[in-house]
Design a protein around this ligand. Structure first.
Ligand code: NAP
Ligand code: ZN
Length: 375
């Protein structure tokens, strides 16, 4: 048996968990920087709960709310400078994966003078500001991973800072904060989480423990997929139950623990090109690629795919693909020139060799061709 498990983040998931556990925050200081995107922290109700908890504990705070989706390197340097200026003792990140990832880089850069060219080097000192994360999407699992994924213009893709220093001290998960998510983001983030769990199962670094968590995650998320429909608008007439929201959030967190151990595969590398060049949402990009990647694995090692399908409770690859196609709708178009460029970038990605069956450049081209409309 192969067990090698490390999860230093205290995960607390329940309704009102921030308010109920406010005293845990006190340990990290008396001045916080709250890092958010534009609207979601407020819209979800998470910001107001965090502020109440801080006020109850006599902790002062400032807010840095300039994080956009697929955060830029410039925004995390700016956030870190602000953290230093206000003498923040710790960081609270609220939002989807983008503000959470940016918070991690800010926590690192606030205390380490890293030049841009050193940012992805893996050569970091020993310090980062303590970090508390509050997810408002159910997809990235960033609240329990040691990764901060930033847009890397020099390489025309997205690149990850990876360090145990980036594990948050606490992750507060309250599914009520995901109730304000529109259907499209609910679907895309669910597909991201499912992709993490499945890629984790297919990874060379998978272990007994990561597989157990991946199966749980896959089972929970798949149960919810049937309630999601791109044609439904979430609003007064139609809401997802809190039970579904909790299953998605918990499944996403489990999948985060999985990739914290296994990393992702070429699916993510291929998806990054779609995000970088075509602005395709991160979760959707993975959802587009995953079925064809799984078919590729099935050709070489059907047993691995069978384990994934069993965890999902679906009978065949055809059923798996139909489930995804229903959620994804019309697929994106790319030109043959774009295809060539994406194949070249994705085939150089580190995580290409992270799956038990390693795709060649030609395999990557075939997976893209099967996943998208080539014009
Ligand atoms: P996101 O980019 O954080 O957010 C997408 C959109 O959803 C934003 O417009 C955001 O609004 C909105 N939103 C968030 N929560 C909401 C809520 N409760 N109600 C209404 N709208 C809400 O999306 P994401 O899919 O969660 O994160 C994707 C990022 O995570 C990518 O950069 C990806 O590379 C990264 N990622 C990281 C890891 C990791 O381990 N670190 C793993 C997977 C993915 P605001 O702009 O107002 O916030
Ligand atoms: Zn992802």
């Amino acid at each position: 048996m192969n067990i090698n498990f490390f999860m230093p983040t205290k995960v607390i998931m329940s309704e009102e968990c921030i308010i109920k556990n406010a005293e845990l925050i006190k340990e990290y200081g008396v001045k916080a920087l709250i890092v958010t995107g534009g609207n979601s922290a407020e819209l979800s109700g998470a910001l107001s709960d965090v502020i109440t908890a801080l006020q109850n504990q006599g902790i002062s705070y400032d807010i840095y709310n300039r994080i956009h989706s697929n955060p830029s390197i410039a925004s995390v340097y700016e956030g870190a400078a602000y953290a230093r200026e206000i003498k923040a003792e710790f960081i609270i990140g609220i939002g989807g994966g983008s503000p959470m990832d940016a918070s991690k880089a800010i926590a690192l850069l606030a205390v380490q003078q890293l030049k841009e060219e050193e940012l992805f080097s893996g050569q970091y000192g020993t310090q980062a500001l303590p970090l508390i994360l509050v997810p408002t999407t159910a997809g990235t699992g960033s609240e329990v991973t040691p990764y901060s994924i930033l847009t890397n213009d020099a390489k025309q893709t997205k690149t990850s800072i990876s360090s145990p220093l980036l594990f948050p001290k606490i992750a507060f998960l309250d599914a009520r904060y995901t109730k304000s998510l529109p259907m499209s983001i609910t679907i895309n983030t669910a597909l991201d989480a499912l992709s993490h769990a499945i890629e984790g199962m297919l990874s060379v670094r998978s272990t007994f423990v990561s597989n157990a968590l991946a199966s749980e995650s896959i089972y929970r998320i798949t149960q919810c997929l049937r309630s999601l429909s791109p044609s439904k608008v979430l609003g007064v007439e139609h809401q997802l139950s809190i039970d579904i929201r909790e299953k998605l959030l918990c499944g996403s967190m489990f999948a985060g623990v999985v990739i914290a151990h296994t990393g992702t595969t070429v699916v993510h590398a291929m998806g990054y090109c779609l995000t970088y060049f075509k602005d395709v949402d991160h979760g959707r990009a993975n959802g587009l690629i995953l079925p064809s990647f799984l078919r590729f694995i099935a050709k070489h090692d059907p047993e691995q795919v069978k384990r994934v399908l069993t965890a999902m409770g679906v009978a065949s690859m055809d059923e798996f693909e139909a489930l995804f196609l229903r959620l994804l709708g019309e697929r994106e178009q790319i030109t043959t020139k774009e295809l060539e460029r994406y194949v070249s970038i994705a085939s150089q990605a580190k995580n290409r060799t992270n799956s038990k069956v390693v795709p060649t450049k030609e395999d990557i081209e075939n997976i893209y061709t099967r996943s998208l409309t080539i014009v």
